[in-house]
Design a protein around this ligand. Structure first.
Ligand code: ZN
Ligand code: ZN
Length: 283
């Protein structure tokens, strides 16, 4: 019984040649769940050998553009690469339906072209949206997967969700953006791994740009992520969506900061970093 986490995109909102936008793939029980769909997620899914048509669901932590900018690619990719109707389940906070409606409106000309061109395509993409405020958001008994959500604190961005994926007695948490809060503590309790987006306050505070300084109050620092992991007794903390973009060779600084108050393992995430939880996969 294994849960496999693949960081598809670890970038911040600023384009980076080596980091796609925030997005994480979690595989468990033969299922594949995509958390957020940032810039370039389709390229990274291809690298992870996970076609759009095989995703079990897309789950959004929040509706900030950097986390959803390529959701349209998921909608179109799913639709045109599935040879039979294959609705795309999308779960997210309140507001998700409005975003999906907007994406479908934006895609209207394309949908028309393709239906006119391909005889076997008789309808446009179907997206099944479930908006949630938390609790049990997905159960797949056959795969022994349960996903819980909880409100996180990324204010003034509201509402936002973190997720906990449970499978075979193991649990993985996707924290999304935000600062430590009761919801994160709830999700992290006893988790094997906790994936958290992080911002180095020591570096951002030196940038003389108010618009950049503004981002400090609603992101976790590596130190705060470590404290949450410690409180929850988490095994492995995974740092992603690093702000500012880490300078080469500084990975150990990020890890040391996260370890300041955390006894467990810390993984500094790059695009396509894989963390496996549970039994080693069969040879
Ligand atoms: Zn955000
Ligand atoms: Zn973000």
């Amino acid at each position: 019984m294994t849960i496999e986490i693949t960081l598809l995109g670890t970038g911040s909102p600023l384009p980076d040649p080596n980091r796609a936008g925030p997005s994480t793939l979690v595989r468990a029980g033969g299922r594949a769940y995509l958390f957020d769909a940032g810039r370039g997620v389709g390229l990274r899914l291809a690298a992870a050998a996970q076609p759009w048509s095989t995703l079990s669901a897309v789950l959004l932590t929040h509706l900030h553009s950097d986390h959803i900018t390529d959701l349209n690619d998921a909608v179109t990719g799913r639709w045109i690469t599935s040879l039979a109707p294959n609705p795309l389940p999308v779960l997210g906070p309140v507001g998700t339906q409005r975003v999906v409606d907007g994406i479908l409106a934006m895609l209207e000309p394309d949908i028309g072209y393709r239906i006119a061109h391909h005889e076997d395509l008789t309808e446009g993409p179907v997206v099944q949206v479930t908006e949630s405020a938390g609790g049990v958001v997905l159960v797949d008994e056959e795969a022994d997967v349960r996903i819980l959500g909880a409100a996180t604190d990324h204010r003034p961005v509201e509402p936002t969700l973190g997720y906990r994926i449970e499978h075979g007695g193991h649990a993985v948490v996707i924290g999304g953006d935000g600062v430590p809060c009761a919801g994160l503590d709830e999700l992290c309790a006893g988790a094997d791994a906790y994936v958290q987006t992080v911002l180095r306050a020591d570096l951002v505070s030196q940038v003389p740009l108010q618009r950049f300084l503004d981002t400090m109050d609603y992101h976790s620092t590596p130190e705060q992520a470590g404290e949450v992991a410690q409180r929850g007794g988490v095994g492995t903390l995974v740092l992603t969506h690093q702000v500012p973009t880490p300078a080469p060779g500084t990975e150990d600084e990020w890890i040391a900061r996260a370890k300041a108050g955390f006894d467990g393992e810390v993984v500094f995430g790059d695009d396509l970093t894989v963390v496996s939880i549970g039994d080693a996969p069969a040879p």
